[in-house]
Write a protein that binds this ligand. Structure first.
Ligand SMILES: Nc1ncnc2c1ncn2[C@@H]1O[C@H](COP(=O)(O)OP(=O)(O)OP(=O)(O)O)[C@@H](O)[C@H]1O
Ligand SMILES: [Mg+2]
Length: 138
């Protein structure tokens, strides 16, 4: 097995900055010759996690730190913000039958991330939120 490659980036809050992280992810994937379908899913995971960090994260220190650790077998995505945090246990699971009539159609990010990952963890407190996602690449 090839050695793990790690990339760590601190993103400032400016429009479309998640694309910088995606570019990094794609470079690592090319280097390790990862299948395109896995890269596509990883791209979605990374985008949702970063956007949550900026949207629901802090205004005091609105930066998001992203870290990828990739081998040919798996990818660990770590995303942290410095927001006020939240209690994931009280977030209601979205239900498509209810959402279709609801005014607020959002609230899918966490569900999508859970369904696409092989392990999904949230650690959150008043100092911010850390998301750790494992994605198998084979
Ligand atoms: N990093 C975070 N910091 C604080 N709260 C968060 C964070 N990530 C998620 N949340 C909370 O969890 C809720 C659900 O997140 P989720 O990504 O599923 O939906 P959303 O961001 O509201 O909408 P969507 O992702 O569908 O555009 C958010 O509305 C927010 O209250
Ligand atoms: Mg979201």
């Amino acid at each position: 097995m090839s050695e793990a490659v790690t990339l760590k980036i601190e993103l400032p809050k400016i429009p479309d900055i998640e694309l910088v992280a995606i570019e990094g992810l794609e470079r690592l994937s090319r280097h390790l010759d990862i299948a395109e379908d896995k890269v596509g899913e990883a791209r979605l995971l990374v985008t949702e996690a970063i956007i949550n960090g900026f949207e629901h994260g802090g205004t005091k220190n609105p930066t998001v730190i992203v870290e990828f650790t990739m081998t040919t077998k798996e990818l660990i995505i770590f995303v942290r913000d410095h927001g006020k945090g939240f209690d994931p246990s009280i977030i209601e699971e979205p239900d498509v039958r209810k959402k279709i009539h609801a005014k607020d159609k959002r609230g899918w990010g966490i569900k999508v991330m859970k369904s696409m990952s092989d392990d999904f963890r949230i650690e959150s407190n008043s100092g911010g939120t850390k998301i750790t996602i494992k994605k198998l690449l084979k």
